[in-house]
Design a protein around this ligand. Structure first.
Ligand code: GTP
Ligand code: SF4
Ligand code: MG
Length: 423
């Protein structure tokens, strides 16, 4: 985190009148005493900056400002300094005391709107008063997210995080590259694509196409083979490929046919990183080993109709899980935007690769799982995990491997499943 250049961090400014609780909101959001809080208006005199990793967005810089209504000669300087922060932020949080909305707040909103800075309105101190209903209705009509907080108690911070994801400018949610950063230019990647009954007629599926495109964009090249030809194809190469990427369903055979020294992963795991949060999904995959018979598990697919291998989520993953756990599980399956409001009853969420989605939607779901304290992983990770090859499949991603080790390094090597279809 410390290595992220400032320019790549999402800069989020906290604005509002004196004493409304800006510093308290920052402290509650970061769960640290970053900024001094006191009942004396004008406590924050100079902008306070706090770099942090705001999961699942990534590196952000919060800038707590002096109250904008500051008075006196010195106060004017502070106001000028605070206004200058408008020029630096990518997003703003406008904090208002719940019962004290007025021209001042409207002016700030106009100023941010004029500068095209996305803004979130926080009504703080809602323990003392309710926010004005007419203002809430008006803000909702202009699509400005409104969050109620009691910052001194830390209440409302989940909703604030969700609003930040919803509002964060697209470029800051930009995904890590699909594979480009894993391969030096001029190197070869071997892609393993089973052509079975489930493969769509006459074409490749989206994640495969996206990976090929990313390899070409990275000035590397690729060889696409079916799993049966892999061993022979590798044998013909004069030097080993920089990476092998396989469809998850052929994992076991591909793992056996790929020399240990060659990095190996799956399309789904590349997707997990690009569309979601690899470390979060690693932790989720590790939760599989804690499942017990009869535990409730949610399996979610982003498309109402999964155009890929149709029965992965409905038949194969449930079957693998049952075998892995050694008993029946209570599995709920949902599709499309049909994601349960209350996730807290589930022991695990397993999501599809979300190849048709943008990253924001997947990050919101990850966040909702975090809030409910439910681990989440995706199909490819769950499959690699139940095959006992998650550790190998994560080796191309040093950070994820470290996270896996930090979380206890469970790799299930001794609990392989044997019936994995398609190899
Ligand atoms: N009742 C109540 N008090 C709060 C809440 N949030 C903050 N406070 C109190 O309000 C006072 C001001 O909080 P700060 O966080 O210092 O406010 P600020 O907006 O940073 O103030 P300045 O830096 O002076 O502009 C402190 O006494 C806080 O404890 C809340 O949600 N409810
Ligand atoms: S978004 Fe999900 S359900 Fe839709 S095709 Fe991609 S992996 Fe399948
Ligand atoms: Mg302050």
């Amino acid at each position: 985190m410390k290595n992220t250049p400032k320019g790549l961090r999402l800069h989020i400014g906290l604005f509002g009148r004196r004493n409304v609780g800006k510093s308290s909101v920052l402290n509650a959001l970061t769960r640290q005493d970053v900024s001094i809080v006191s009942p004396v208006p004008g406590t924050t005199t100079d902008p306070v900056e706090k770099p942090m990793e705001l999961l699942p967005i990534g590196p952000v810089l919060f800038i707590d400002t002096a109250g904008l209504d500051d008075i006196g000669a010195l106060g004017e300087q502070r106001v000028a300094r605070t206004r200058a922060i408008f020029d630096r932020v990518d997003m703003g949080i406008l904090v208002s005391a719940a019962d004290d909305w007025g021209d001042f707040e409207e002016t700030i909103l106009r100023e941010m709107h004029g500068r095209k800075i996305p803004v979130i309105v926080v009504f703080n101190k809602t323990d003392l008063a309710a926010p004005p209903a007419d203002v809430e209705v008006r803000l909702a009509a202009t699509d400005i997210p409104v969050v109620h907080t009691v910052a001194s108690r830390g209440t409302g911070m989940h909703n604030l995080r969700e609003a930040l994801i919803r509002r964060a400018p697209e470029e800051f949610l930009r995904a890590p590259p699909l594979v480009g950063d894993l391969i030096p230019p001029g190197e070869l990647v071997v892609l393993v694509v089973p052509i079975d009954l489930e493969a769509p007629k006459g074409r490749l599926i989206l994640p495969q196409v996206q990976v090929i495109r990313d390899i070409l964009d990275s000035d590397a090249y690729c060889l696409v083979v079916k799993e049966r030809e892999l061993r022979e194809a590798l044998g013909r190469l004069t030097r080993p490929p920089a990476l092998v990427v396989t469809d998850s369903q052929a994992f076991l055979k591909v793992e056996a046919d790929t020399p240990r020294a060659v990095p190996l992963t799956s399309f789904s795991i590349l997707m997990a990183r690009a569309r979601g949060d690899l470390n979060e999904f690693v932790r989720g995959a590790q939760a599989i080993s804690r499942l017990k018979p009869d535990d409730p598990v949610l399996i979610a697919e982003a498309c109402a109709h999964h155009p890929m291998a149709d029965d992965i989520g409905r038949v194969k993953i449930p079957r693998w899980l049952r075998q892995f756990v050694g008993g029946d599980l209570r599995i709920t399956q949902v599709q499309g935007h049909d994601f349960p409001e209350d996730l807290s009853s589930f022991k695990l969420v397993i999501h599809c690769g979300a190849c048709m989605w943008n990253r924001r939607e997947m990050l919101s779901r990850i966040l909702r799982c975090r809030q409910a304290g439910v681990p989440i992983t995706n199909y490819g990770m769950a499959i690699a995990c139940s095959l006992g090859i998650l550790e190998r499949a994560l080796q191309p991603f040093p950070a994820a491997t470290l996270a896996a080790a930090a979380a206890g390094g469970e790799t299930h090597g001794s609990r392989r499943l044997s019936d994995l279809g398609h190899g």
